[in-house]
Design a protein around this ligand. Sequence first.
Ligand code: GUN
Length: 302
Amino acid sequence: MFMPQIISGNAIASKIYEELEGRIERIKKEKAGTPGLAVILIGDNPASRVYVSMKTKKCNQLGVLSEEFTLPKDVSEKNVLQLIAELNNRKDIDGILVQLPLPEHLNENKILTAVCPSKDVDGFHPLNAGKLLIGQPAFIPCTPLGVWVMLIESGFSPEGKHVVIVGRSTIVGKPLMSILCQKKKFANATVTLCHSRTNNLPEIARSADILIAAIGRPKFITRDMVKQDAVVIDVGINRVDNPSLPRGYELVGDVDYDDVLPVVSAITPVPGGVGPMTIAMLMRNTVQSCEEKAGIILHNLY
Ligand code: GUN
């Protein structure tokens, strides 16, 4: 019986960490310090707290200096901007990450724009977003970058393929579209960006060679939306109540995994798929930022 390939984000991320260990060694040998990442967490969103602690843990494992700033949910915008200004000026900090979502009273645009573009390892500053769109070197947001690297590393280069992205967020859908349609090796895809208001979504999704779900709705993609032998990438991480589990919820992707499994040629699991790649790309962007400041120029393979 044909078994689809399960694309392991954990395995690909491990390979990336091996490479990064070598790069960090080189930075230390050249007496260029140690890469440093500052993470700002505002409020008490439980999912954000989990993500931030995963990022900090990975920094510690790799030998990247990490500093976590936890601010109360009613912190003033002025205080957040002041902290960012201080971090922008610190020589030992190569990357600054503001965990999203922010409490409602804070202006997300203003805060993300305050991060120095050369330390914007999340790629959320408008300058980096614009550079990506026009094909200039830039920090690329970690989740879409992770999806791209994952496709290449698992042997599913998007070149010439029809890629359908479901979800138009600024963090995932839009930058992923920019990445995949670039005129360069391992990109060159024909990209269709769909969203919640798309007419005939199942029909368009069914025309995808590579289908990427990033819409934030649990089990949204079902078998009727997937072409036979398509490659399916699930970006979703949704908490769904499940009282039978000790923690009271389970993590579910945007794809109905069991339903689509019989028709796909390859698929990413949740958890263990795109999630680990996001963190690996954050580490890679942070190391790269440190290298650039130290004048060590390595060109990413892609
Ligand atoms: N919230 C959800 N995803 C992300 C991410 O990639 N970076 C940040 N900073 N916040 C997020």
